[in-house]
Design a protein around this ligand. Structure first.
Ligand code: NDP
Ligand code: 8X3
Length: 259
């Protein structure tokens, strides 16, 4: 379905981004893989080449750096310029501190990555889609963009912002054939908690012990569902949760070994 089509994934070095890369590769896409950890995306590209014959173009990129984003997109080699699908996935949370005890550096990092990074990449890529009158932007939001939880304050605010930007993009693209979707997961077992708790693996692992969380491949499947609808269909927003997580802070403590 994506034979020879170009898909740009931010945050391709781990978790959901990596799983999406694998799914699009299996569907025949050519991939632009972007992340700060070049070694990770090099390894991924080598594996995808071996397993699927996928051609990859690698961008060692910090999405917070607006000039670097513009330069990277402007300087894409000719065969890589016509981006069909953009998956705005790069993102992170830092801490679970009460707002009155929070750290401004954490707030900057979350806002600069999750909101401004998504904006820089979209602003650089969307004009080409509009010009070609085709394309699909898929934003990875979160249940945290639908519900706020204690200590989630700024992270939740960034994901509410992603929801607003998704709606804004769709409205501003009316009359074009560019689609905009949002995939909003509940708890997914990735490096997300490891990053949130700054490498405290024990605390991070604890997050995923209460009930079976979603896997990155579940989100990749959902992204692929959005991306493979016929052109007259736009999946606007999918909220996808673990079966035991009814709401962001309401879950059934089944235990992962008792699935
Ligand atoms: P991971 O930590 O496993 O992956 C995050 C990815 O984002 C990495 O590839 C990382 O790459 C990239 N990234 C982070 N900061 C930057 C940056 N400044 N510039 C470029 N890339 C960056 O987490 P997930 O896969 O879980 O997270 C992916 C998305 O899913 C995020 O937007 C997150 O908010 C969202 N999400 C996650 C949920 C979960 O429970 N896991 C639930 C709902 C939404 P690198 O460090 O190499 O730059
Ligand atoms: C990540 C899910 O519940 O940790 O967006 O905020 S949560």
């Amino acid at each position: 379905m994506f034979e020879g089509k170009i898909v740009l994934l931010t945050g391709a070095s781990a978790g959901i981004g990596q799983a999406c890369a694998e799914s699009f590769a299996a569907a025949g896409a050519h991939l632009i893989l972007a992340a700060r950890r070049l070694g990770r995306i090099e390894e991924l590209a080598a594996r995808l080449k071996k397993e699927h014959g996928t051609d990859c173009h690698l961008l060692e990129l910090d999405v917070r750096d607006r000039e670097a984003v513009n330069t990277a997109i402007e300087n894409l080699p000719t065969p890589w310029r016509e981006i069909e699908v953009l998956v705005n996935n790069a993102g992170l949370s830092r801490g679970l501190d009460k707002l009155q005890e929070g750290y401004w550096l954490d707030w900057d990092e979350m806002i600069d990555t999750n909101v401004k990074g998504l904006l820089w990449v979209s602003r650089a890529v969307m004009p080409g889609m509009v010009e070609r009158d085709r394309g699909h932007v898929i934003n990875i939001g979160s249940v945290a963009g639908h519900q706020v939880y204690p200590g989630g304050n700024v992270y939740c605010a960034t994901k509410y912002a992603v929801g607003a930007l998704t709606q804004g993009m769709r409205l501003d693209l009316v009359g074009t054939r560019v689609r905009v979707s949002s995939v909003d997961p509940g708890m997914v077992h990735t490096e997300f908690s490891e990053v949130r708790f700054r490498g405290d693996s024990e605390r991070a692992d604890g997050v995923y012990q209460a009930f079976p969380p979603l896997q990155a491949t579940d989100i990749a499947d959902t992204v692929m569902f959005c991306a493979t609808r016929p052109p007259h269909v736009n999946i606007q927003d999918i909220l996808i949760m673990p079966q035991d997580q009814a709401a962001v802070f309401s879950s059934y403590p089944r235990g992962v070994d008792k699935v």
